[in-house]
Design a protein around this ligand. Structure first.
Ligand code: PRP
Length: 222
């Protein structure tokens, strides 16, 4: 008999959408500290819906940019997502609950090494972070034409697609490897716990309890 993989939302269950990649690496230890560990080895498993040591909690493993969407539509009650992604998503149907202080990095402008500053002209900017970039340049009164890219933004100035980029900088190694240098900080980024606005009402006890647990471990992080 076929086992159904379809999820039936239960009122006594919390579904949490976790962003893959570097955020996930920092998120799992945080949940482990409050007793919620995946029952699968996520480095090996290809499963995307994961039971945990807490029978009331399930993890969904999603692309970082999709985490807010799962929460917006209530497919997940809670989510873990970077501030950069949340700003681009626009927070529709989503409430930001807690700064988890993990996966910290900076959203920065960057230019070719040989440039000391942004060129003094109408700028072309390549970025995945269109909303953040647009508001940054508007605040500075700089006229910027934004070109949306989905990755490998460092290439854009090298091949003449843009004058500068707006991208996440952690170690700075990616910029360096591509002959670019960071200029200004657009936004300090960290990872946030988000909630679906309806789940906040219908599952308020469970969410409050998980939030209280997370607040304790976030507070004692170095
Ligand atoms: C980010 C960002 C840079 C890189 C910066 O990409 O877009 O490419 O990390 O990190 P560094 O300063 O430590 O070199 P990410 O690996 O998150 O993947 P993405 O290209 O899918 O956004």
């Amino acid at each position: 008999m076929n086992q159904s993989h379809r999820i039936n939302h239960r009122n006594d269950e919390l579904i949490i959408a976790l962003a893959k990649g570097r955020i996930l690496k920092d998120t799992l230890p945080l949940f482990a500290k409050i007793g919620i560990k995946p029952l699968e080895n996520l480095t090996i498993s290809r499963k995307l819906m994961i039971e945990t040591t807490n029978p009331q909690v399930k993890f969904l493993i999603v692309r970082a940019t999709d985490a807010p969407t799962y929460v917006q539509y209530g497919a997940a009650d809670l989510g873990v997502s970077g501030k950069d992604t949340l700003i681009e998503h626009g927070y529709t149907g989503i409430f930001e609950m807690l700064d988890l202080h993990i996966a910290k990095c900076k959203l920065m402008t960057a230019v070719l090494n040989e440039m000391d500053s942004l060129p003094d002209k109408r700028l072309t900017v390549a970025t995945k972070y269109v909303t953040s970039a647009r508001s940054y340049f508007a605040d500075k009164g700089i006229h910027a034409d934004i070109i949306k890219l989905y990755g490998s933004m460092e290439l854009a100035p090298l091949v003449g697609l843009s004058d500068c980029i707006v991208d996440l900088v952690d170690t700075g190694n990616t910029l360096k490897a591509n002959g670019l240098k960071p200029l200004d900080v657009v936004l300090e980024i960290s990872t946030r716990l988000i909630a679906n606005r309806v789940s906040l009402k219908t599952k308020s006890m469970m969410i409050k309890s998980l939030l209280a647990d997370l607040e304790k471990v976030v507070a004692i992080q170095p």
